[in-house]
Design a protein around this ligand. Structure first.
Ligand code: AHG
Ligand code: MN
Ligand code: MN
Ligand code: MN
Length: 335
């Protein structure tokens, strides 16, 4: 008789994607191959992070400023390059667009056949890099629509429900990969001795309510009064607890498992907030909705937002249904 734990040990990520699609169709094979490449990028980045404190020239800033106006860390550049190198060899991806690149990166040798675009945040939570705290990578895969002959990538200016796969890698005490292809949310843990991501939990369901609220309260006086009112409500109500790590991947992962709400509202100076739609808020919204939660700007579901530019930002309220609805009600009705 087959041992159940052995069965699970054999459920690798690529196997799981094929199982999910219940076919060996061309699309299923593409998706399986794409997820495999994302897993490889995750393994390369995890390896680099685990040794970062032992090597020269790996931590710290590059001295450059990215298109977001942020100081770039060496780790941002390394991880950005890992995804490019990994997908150059995939044959399937013609364009990559990331937080760290002003314009999409084209892989011309893949373009006649490479029908997919990878959108990604190579290192999420960059401020955690030099202090050995949790980090993430976020990914989103879209089908290229039309020809994009002028390299303007206009087809990417489409809502998040065009994503065919999305998820994140969490570099914590262990490395985890969480993904969806629109058939639920599944998590995998990297077994370093096997070099494989092994199934941890299938069809994760986010609780309808949870104790955690996760927000940078340092921005309190920069927010709209409705958000301040919500935070006052949380402060005077029993049963809430604050958790904020500086990496939304880890904060939202906690909420996926234990419930609660993560907020990054707009501020006076930045009404759209900080987080970027195509490779941060939309992929996380896809994951959380697939797990039974919600993601909104406060006025519109994140997956419905149509961007007008590649690096567009949106406010974000994401997590358990009831907790998101509560914040929404403060925004829309003042209570
Ligand atoms: P990134 O490191 O990719 O630029 O993203 C950081 C994001 C997010 O992960 C985190 O929750 C948030 O920015 C932190 O911003 P504040 O320091 O403004 O709270
Ligand atoms: Mn950044
Ligand atoms: Mn980020
Ligand atoms: Mn980043």
């Amino acid at each position: 008789t087959a041992d159940r734990s052995l069965d699970r040990d054999c459920t690798t990520l690529s196997r799981h994607v094929l199982q999910q699609l219940q076919s060996f169709s061309a699309e299923a094979q593409d998706l399986s191959a794409l997820m495999n490449r994302i897993a490889l990028a995750g393994k390369l980045i995890a390896r680099h992070l685990s040794r970062a404190g032992l090597m020269e020239g790996v931590l710290g800033f590059t001295g450059e400023t990215n298109v977001q106006g942020e100081s770039v860390k060496k780790m941002d550049v390394y991880a950005n390059d890992v995804f490019i190198a990994v997908f150059k060899q995939s044959g399937l991806v013609c364009r990559l667009a990331s937080e760290e690149m002003e314009k999409p990166y084209y892989i011309p040798e893949n373009c006649p056949i490479g029908r997919y675009t990878l959108l990604y945040d190579p290192i999420d939570g960059s401020s955690n890099t030099d202090i050995n705290l949790s980090l993430g990578s976020i990914f989103s895969i879209r089908q290229q629509e039309g020809e994009d002959t002028d390299g303007s990538a206009q087809d990417l200016l489409a809502p998040g429900d065009k994503q065919i796969a999305a998820g994140y890698i969490l570099y914590g005490p262990s490395t985890m990969l969480v993904y969806t292809i629109g058939k639920g949310v599944h998590s995998f843990t990297l077994d370093p001795s096997l070099g494989e991501f092994i199934l941890t939990e299938e069809n994760i369901q986010i609780p309808n309510h949870g104790p955690v609220y996760s927000v940078n309260e340092g921005n309190f006086w920069q927010w709209d009064e409705s958000i301040r009112e919500y935070i006052r409500y949380v402060h005077r109500t029993e049963g809430y607890t604050a958790r904020y790590s500086g990496a939304m991947v880890s904060d939202i992962h906690r909420i996926l498992i234990q419930g609660g709400v993560f907020l990054y509202p707009g501020t006076v100076q930045k009404p759209e907030g900080k987080l970027r739609l195509l490779y941060e808020t939309a992929p996380l919204a896809f994951v959380i909705e697939q797990a039974g939660g919600r993601a909104t700007t406060g006025h519109e579901n994140i997956l419905d937002v149509v961007p007008t530019k590649l690096h567009q930002r949106t406010p974000l309220i994401i997590g358990s249904k009831e907790d998101v609805a509560k914040v929404e009600s403060f925004i829309q009705n003042g209570h």
